[in-house]
Each structure stands twice: as C-alpha cells, then as structure tokens.
Design a protein around this ligand. Structure first.
Ligand code: ATP
Length: 449
C-alpha cells in the first residue's frame, strides 16, 4: 500500500539533469568534495567544505531544535561510535544486518540483489543468468580495540545510532525524571559497508543520522506511530521541501522486520525517482527486551501511580542528515533569467542557509571596508555571516544567491554620510535602505529564524 501526501495531479516527474547540476555546484562552491581527492579520491566518502559543513550543521541543528529543544518530552544523547559485540549480538545486527550480495561471473562487478531491476540481468555488462548465488553480506565495519588482535578486542563501528538509546535507557530513565511517553534523541555518525554506495551523498559508507527512540505505554503505540508520521513529514515541508516532492510510503507486510507492526518511509523525489529520507517504525518492545535478556538488566518502567510495570514500546523516526542535506539542496536549486543573465539560486530556508547575511562594501577604497567591518562585527554575534569585497557588486550578489544567503548588506559611499546600508533580498532581489543603528533588529525580523 502506498500512502501519498501530495496531490497526484500536481506532481512533476524527476529531473535527471538536476543531479549533475548539484554535484557541480557542490564542488565549485566548496559544499561537498570527494574524500582524499589529491590521492585520486576514495569512493563513497565525502568531505563537507566550508559551506557544506555549515549547511550540514544547520540541518542537524534544525532537527535538534524541533525534536529536542522545542519539546519537553525528549532528551538528547551523544553515545559512543565504538561498541562491543554484545550490543550487536543483542540487537540482532551480527546475525541479520546483511544485504544479499551477488557477483557477475562475466564482468566481475558486485551488486545488491534486492536492488536489481531484474534479478537475472547484470546492469553493468548486460549478461543474463551470470550471477553467483546470493550471499548474506554483513554491513558492519569490524575493528579491534587496543594492540591485541584477539576475539576479546573485537569492536564494531555503529551502523546506526539507535542502539545507544536502548543501552542507555535505564541510565536516562533514572537520571532525567522522564516517564513514558518520552524520547531519547541522537545525532551522529554511522558506518555501513554498503555493497553499492552511490548517487553522491545519498548512499555512502560513512554518514550521519538523526534518530529518535520514543518510548510509550504499549497501548499508546499505534497513536504515537501516526503522530510521528505526520510530524516528520511536516518537518521537511516546513523547511522548504515542496509537498509534491514528498510522500509517505507504508512498507508492505513482506518488507517489515519481524518485530515491527508498522514502518513507513518519508520519501523524496530524487532526480532518479523516489528515495527514502527517513524510516519511521513501530518497533514494539523488541529492542528493550533483547537488551534486557542479553544484559540481565531490567529494562522496564514502573508506574508508581498505577502500580503497573511494563516494557515500553518504541516508535523510531530514523533520518539521515547527509541524505536530507542532499534533498534540501535539490529542492532549493533553481535557475532564472534576470536582465538576460542566468541567475542560480539556492532558495534554502533561512534556518538552513549556510550564511544568513553577507556584508559587501561597494568598493575596496577606504572608508568603505572599515565601515563594512563595523557592520560585520555588529552582525556576527547573531548570525553566520560572509564578507566579500572582490569583484563587481552584481557578481557578488550572484555568488551569494548560489549558496543561498537570504540577505546581503551593501555598504556604499552614501553610507558614510547617512549611516544607512542597503539590504538586498535573495528571492525578490528587492533593495531597502536601512539605518545601521536599526540593522540588527531589521535583519532579525526579516530572517524569522
Ligand atoms: P536503505 O534502504 O536506503 O539502505 P535503510 O532503510 O537501511 O536505508 P535505515 O536503517 O532506516 O535505512 O536508516 C535510517 C536513515 O539513515 C535512512 O532513511 C537514510 O536517510 C540514512 N541512511 C541509511 N543508510 C545510509 C547510507 N548508506 N548513506 C547515507 N544515509 C543513509
């Protein structure tokens, strides 16, 4: 069954050309670089440059703001990336966190069988019936802690952040004075030895996740599942992704994990078609029960008011920060012709925009840079700001449009006398004259962060 969130009729198809435009923009403007490029690159890992690092931080901050800061029923966690095998034994990852791997015996390429359009046809060389038997390939990265390479030193890089919340459930219950329904949220790196990484930062071996484990009384699980579906879809829409590029897709019964009574993905219309941004699952009491059994600890909640003792059920919205960044870039990108010139704009939501304000002195001749420096110093405590005094002003506006800066502040020769600056809007290109003394207040109102 497919549940869709936008009107079918208004939904345009994917735009394959957009992918290359975004990859080019990312490289050209220092948003995302291939990792270790000076050594020829390292497939499936990426480095976020000055603008990308800020954008990624803003995506994670926007999630944290909505999921932790604005709620009183969610607390945060920052758990370790390295974990002992017991955690992954209990969670089921050692046994089940596998993808079906097939090799083509003709061209020697490897594929994930469940992602092939035709399970008998090699998409690389076109041979039919040349795949090996599928083998279960575990996606976890294994390494060792300390100088000894014996089994006791074996550790894993986490393939998801979620287990940190389950193994800390008791700690947090005892120290935070929260009671179900309440959640534990975490943002951080995860690692999966993906068989077929690709599509830029959509699928990489090292990536960032933003996950919430929301613990609820068992009878309330269905309603909280529905609540989080709506809430998470709204988060992407509120941050500027058009609703016709978003949908909720409920998993079919044969896609569901054995313990899940419901899972839906928030999907985005990527240039190659619909792809997952986030999975929202009703996980029942599976995780806490598994860890209770393997650790011998009681992982349950005792409700003093009712005298009831129970293992909470869990609703898990699990999103990818790096994948969301890509979706926000794709959704924000537009080009338009202005005065016979092509203008590229990243229409990012101001909360996500890497720089909120750019300060631009019209000329490099003093006293303009000095005055612009003062204006910059006024703005920097409030927002991430850029400063640029090179090239013609029109070129500088275009450069800011291309990285999504919502507002530019231009200091010109008149500013020296009238103590006013020009505030120029990324989307409308309208220009307003504003007194320097009132600038911070003016920009605060305009940015609406
Ligand atoms: P997929 O089916 O795409 O492999 P998944 O269902 O295994 O994803 P989850 O385990 O639900 O993914 O992880 C939650 C989120 O983490 C995903 O929706 C995605 O945004 C992100 N994510 C998972 N794997 C990767 C990856 N290899 N690279 C980037 N982001 C990822």
């Amino acid at each position: 069954m497919t549940k869709t969130a936008g009107a079918e009729s208004e939904r345009p198809g994917p735009d394959p050309a957009l992918f290359d435009k975004i990859v080019n923009l990312c490289k050209r403007r220092g948003i995302v670089f291939g990792s270790a490029e000076i050594y020829g690159g390292f497939r499936s890992a990426y480095d976020y440059g000055p603008i990308g690092a800020q954008l990624l931080r803003n995506v994670k901050d926007a999630w944290w703001r909505s999921m932790v800061q604005m709620r009183s029923d969610v607390v945060g966690l920052d758990a370790s990336i390295l974990g002992p095998p017991q955690v992954w034994e209990a969670s089921g990852h050692l046994k089940n966190f596998t993808d079906p791997l097939v090799d083509c015996t003709v061209c020697k390429t490897r594929h994930r069988q469940d992602q092939l359009d035709d399970p008998d046809l090699c998409p690389n060389c076109g041979s039919r019936g040349t795949f090996t038997e599928a083998r279960a390939f575990n996606l976890m990265f294994r390494t060792q802690a300390g100088p000894v390479e014996d089994a006791g030193a074996e550790v894993y890089l986490r393939p998801e952040t979620a287990q940190g919340m389950f193994v800390n459930f008791k700690n947090i219950l005892e120290t935070s004075r929260k009671r179900p329904p309440f959640g534990i949220a975490q943002v951080g790196k995860s690692f999966r030895n993906e068989i077929t990484p690709g599509n830029f930062v959509f699928r990489t071996r090292e990536f960032e996740q933003m996950e919430l484990e929301f613990f609820v009384p068992p009878v309330e699980a269905p309603q909280w599942y529905e609540y989080w579906l709506a809430e998470r879809l709204r988060w992407y829409a509120d941050l500027g992704i058009p609703t016709h590029q978003l949908r909720l897709r409920a998993h079919d019964a044969d896609e569901l994990s054995h313990y899940s009574s419901g899972t839906s993905d928030v999907e985005f219309l990527f240039p190659w078609g619909w792809g997952e941004l986030e999975g929202i699952a009703n996980r029942g009491d599976y995780d806490l029960r598994q860890h209770a059994e393997h650790s011998g600890q009681k992982l349950e909640y005792f409700d003093q008011a009712s005298g009831e003792r129970y293992v909470p059920h869990v609703i898990e919205p699990a999103a990818g920060a790096t994948r969301a960044l890509m979706a926000f870039l794709l959704a924000a990108f537009r080009t338009e012709v202005v005065n016979d010139e092509l203008r590229t704009v990243l229409g990012l939501h101001p909360r996500l925009a890497p720089y909120k304000v750019a300060v631009l002195p019209l000329s490099r001749k003093e006293p303009l840079p000095g005055l612009a420096g003062d204006v910059l110093a006024m703005c920097q405590p409030h927002w991430m700001c850029d400063y640029d005094e090179t090239q013609a002003i029109g070129r500088r506006y275009r450069r800011q449009d291309e990285i999504g800066t919502p507002l530019c502040v231009t200091v010109d020769f008149e500013s020296v006398d009238d103590r006013c600056v020009t505030v120029r809007d990324r989307d409308t290109m309208a220009q307003d004259r504003v007194p320097i003394d009132a600038l911070v207040e003016h920009l605060t109102g305009r940015l609406d962060l």
